[in-house]
Design a protein around this ligand. Structure first.
Ligand SMILES: Cc1cc2nc3c(=O)[nH]c(=O)nc-3n(C[C@H](O)[C@H](O)[C@H](O)COP(=O)(O)O)c2cc1C
Length: 171
């Protein structure tokens, strides 16, 4: 394994970054009567005061232009039982909402039932970055699912994983 100054192959970049484990979310919104959503790994918290979060979305996203028009979005953090939901919202063209149980958030965004956590956001800023857009949202409301379903869905090396939810022991 070595550092290289030559151009980085996209497949190598993807493989390397896959070693950074993360949770999985579905970013949702609603424009008129149309619910919108896509599976999103690139979510992270940005600022405490004001409370800001961010995600990156592909410039070619079909959903994001409509989310931008709505001006708001919810982040649904998925639990270990929601692999099927993650796969469903990663499929283009399909009816992503078929069989999905959801309700409206205070801001009018779809909240997917049994998610671990939801955050209700207004779009605060957007920055172009390569083939993606970085979107910043200001959090206006949030809630956690009851503790019984507290295992997160994780993504590591291109695969979904689950964890026990126990903190790692200090060495
Ligand atoms: C595990 C996983 C993580 C993903 N993370 C992102 C992401 O962070 N940003 C993004 O734009 N797409 C991400 N995608 C891909 C989108 O979910 C997928 O391209 C989706 O079809 C986009 O839908 P849209 O065109 O309606 O926006 C991810 C897909 C999977 C399976």
């Amino acid at each position: 394994m070595s550092l290289s100054c030559t151009a980085i192959e996209p497949s190598r970049f993807r493989e390397a970054l896959g070693h950074y484990a993360s949770g999985i979310t579905v970013v949702t919104s609603q424009l008129g009567t149309e619910p919108l959503g896509f599976t999103c790994q690139s979510f992270y918290s940005v600022s405490m005061s004001p409370p800001l979060v961010s995600f990156s979305v592909m410039s070619s996203s079909a959903s994001y232009p409509k989310i931008r028009e709505a001006g708001r979005f919810a982040v649904n953090v998925l639990s270990g039982e929601q692999v099927g939901i993650s796969n469903q919202f990663a499929r283009r063209g399909a009816d992503k909402w078929q069989g999905i149980d959801w309700r409206s958030s205070p801001l009018g965004n779809p909240l997917i039932s049994d998610s671990l956590l939801w955050l209700d956001c207004e779009i605060h800023a957007e920055y172009p970055a390569g083939d993606h857009l970085i979107v910043i949202g200001e959090v206006k409301a949030l809630d956690l699912h009851p503790v019984s379903l507290s295992r997160p869905l994780l993504y590591f090396k291109g695969q979904y994983c689950d964890v026990s939810g126990h903190p790692a022991l200090p060495v």
